[in-house]
Design a protein around this ligand. Structure first.
Ligand code: G3H
Length: 255
């Protein structure tokens, strides 16, 4: 327990950033699986990063999840951003309304004094259904705006956990584990090597858009997410990561 405790969080941050080969890593103390305040601290750092990155005419893409919901919760407005447009990165799913990307989008937009658009298209629709949904001019306009996202703030999940949350069948869950999926982000499931093994058909940003994204801020913590965070971060060298000490230590030790 080591060098990181002796030299502190700064050293851990620098080592993590180097190990992952990313633009920047921010690490808050503690383990969010154990203490509630850690999520709050992480969300605050993420919201500060977001405000520093945002330019006044940007389209800001947001994903759902409990971490992103916490970011929206703690965000405090520094300056009014009335020319920023906030959009969900992809379609939504599930029943927990407070974790929906649309909900997080609306809350972040309200706090920033920004405009926003919602995407009313479930990501459980089939390819064909999604194609016909695109005939709707309102949805088409939202999707076109999502495609111009310059800054993405996103959550990172474990593949198994996200498959359960998406109510995948047992067969699908078994398949993902056979294919060694470990990470999920914006509807894509990845192996530790970064190979996509499954993709949720939905409207919005795809993997290629992610790779080309000018600014990407990933927010995720907790030791259990270490492998998922490691996997996603290595796909996107220009990303900024906001995480906690527990995940950072786990990555430094085991990956
Ligand atoms: O894609 C990953 C999820 O958005 C992460 O969700 O923040 O609730 O763990 P979570």
């Amino acid at each position: 327990e080591s060098i990181y405790q002796l030299r502190g969080i700064r050293h851990l941050q620098d080592s993590l950033q180097k190990k992952l080969g990313i633009r920047n890593a921010y690490v808050v103390s503690g383990n969010l699986e154990e203490e509630e305040y850690v999520l709050n601290d992480m969300a605050k750092v993420a919201s500060m990063q977001l405000q520093q990155t945002l330019e006044d005419d940007m389209v800001l893409g947001i994903t759902g999840g409990s971490t992103m919901a916490a970011v929206a919760e703690v965000l405090t407005q520094m300056r009014k951003m009335e020319h920023v447009t906030v959009v969900p990165a992809r379609g939504g799913f599930g029943r927990e309304v407070e974790k929906q990307a649309n909900t997080v989008v609306a809350q972040i937009a309200r706090k920033l004094g920004a405009r926003y658009m919602l995407l009313h298209a479930s990501d459980t629709l089939s390819k064909e259904a999604l194609q016909s949904v695109l005939n709707d001019p309102a949805i088409k306009k939202v999707v076109e705006t999502i495609k111009t996202t310059r800054c993405l703030v996103f959550g990172i999940g474990r593949a198994d956990e996200m498959a359960r949350r998406r109510e995948f069948s047992q067969d699908q869950i078994d398949m993902l584990s056979r294919q060694r999926a470990v990470a999920e982000s914006f509807g894509f499931y990845f192996t530790r090597e970064g190979t996509i093994v499954h993709e949720i058909e939905t409207l919005g940003i795809n993997f290629n858009d992610f790779l080309k994204m000018e600014h990407a801020i990933g927010v995720a913590g907790g030791a259990r997410k270490a492998e998922a965070i490691f996997t996603i971060a290595r796909l996107k060298p220009s990303m900024v990561l906001v995480t906690d000490e527990a995940a950072a230590m786990e990555i430094m030790k085991h990956f």
